[in-house]
Design a binder for this molecule. Sequence first.
Ligand code: SAH
Ligand code: SF4
Ligand code: F3S
Length: 470
Amino acid sequence: MSERKVVEVSTQEAKRQNEIINILAQRIKGKNLKFCLSTFGCQMNARDSEKIKGMLEQIGYIQTENEDEADFILYNTCCVRENAELKIYGRLGALKGKKRKNPNLIIALCGCMMQQDVVIDTLKKNYKFVDIIFGTYNIYKLPELLQTRLETNENIIDIWDSYQDIVEDLPDARKFDFKACVNIMYGCNNFCTYCIVPYVRGRERSRQASDIIHEIENLVADGVTEIMLLGQNVNSYGKNLEEPMTFAALLKQIAEIEGLKRIRFMTSHPKDLSDELIEVMASSDKICKSLHLPFQSGSSAVLKKMNRHYTKESYLELARKIKTAMPNIALTTDIIVGFPGETEEDFEDTMDVVREVGYASAFTFVYSKRTGTPAAVMEDQIPEEVSKARFNRLLELVNTQGAEILHGYVGQTVEVLLEEVSKGNHEVLSGRTDTGLLVNLPASKELLGQYVMVNIVESKSHYLIGELAK
Ligand code: SAH
Ligand code: SF4
Ligand code: F3S
């Protein structure tokens, strides 16, 4: 499909949905209807939820955090691990009674979990009270699905097998005024053998650089100073564009946007991290010195079975190169323990990598079997007790190391973007350093969204404590 056609089709589609939004707005006007949206999973889902919220608010729904007072309950689901799915089924069970009490309540499910046939079959059989089900490719159609539901009173299931177009220019409701997430690409082509994401998010497709730049310029004009660029593997950005371009080149263009102060991105697949990217990162003050670089396993044999396309040695070499170019960078990672066939030696390789690289923090997961992925049918699935025991050893190492890295900040003065009022104490604000570390400090709410210099006075296991520098 030509570039022009894609743009035309998606512009028309956005226009059509916007018209439906206006019709629905008339319909619910004055009714004071509320929606409650729960988001599970990663930043991709969080970003999609901002779009869902944007559409619903445009229609006139008011957001509530309390399901009991909601007229419309939505779950944006995740299926990356079994636990994530169990959580959704648990919450759904509780909704059944609510629906019985209030037949006007509308319940919608969307997101990654809905892209699996087995889930749809289960919902059809055991959760007939769900009104609207849609997937990851047709979020923008929510106004139309809601309209059909309201007009026909029938349950609606609309799941696509793959994406059609990237629809630009829909309503959007950002969580923060001063920072925002921006999708630069969707889907994933990597098929790591444990992972369900490529099956539920489809093949990799990059947005046009001009659309991305335009979106960021608008955000900056609206007061945003920090952006997080999102993709399952940002390092392969642009490869499938009609005029291919690298992620590093995109970053360079973004860094030129005046008024933008901080650029973050995730996730970086080690196999595609280029020297060009390291250079661009090192040479721009706007690009934050923090990098999420999942290694999953330290064992080259396991990595091969995971289809990750790098080895323990090449990962360590890459980490060294990054740290040489940017000595103050904070690295973070994702690690899976208990992948099928993982031996004690394989696990020790994982511990080695953690010890050698040094991570400010790490997300650690026990391998979870996902039906339909190659690893689910591999021999030598690891017994739960073994995985759990390894997991605990790893967690201890990761926590100790993270705490040590944080401790190294004590006595330093760092720039912090103040982001939120601390949940536990209203006189305390929390923010992040350029390197992505969490800092709590006493400060007035008026300073939210501002960059301040902070003296770090203490470190805890997962965050720093500071004071405003005079
Ligand atoms: N695209 C990103 C990660 C997406 S999923 C990347 O490649 O890094 C986030 C993390 O969930 C993965 O990095 C992996 O550590 C974990 N994960 C994915 N599938 C899993 C599974 N089946 N069991 C346990 N952890 C899993
Ligand atoms: Fe999953 Fe691998 Fe793609 Fe990440 S790169 S989303 S882990 S398949
Ligand atoms: Fe993210 Fe979960 Fe989907 S991790 S991409 S929300 S399966």
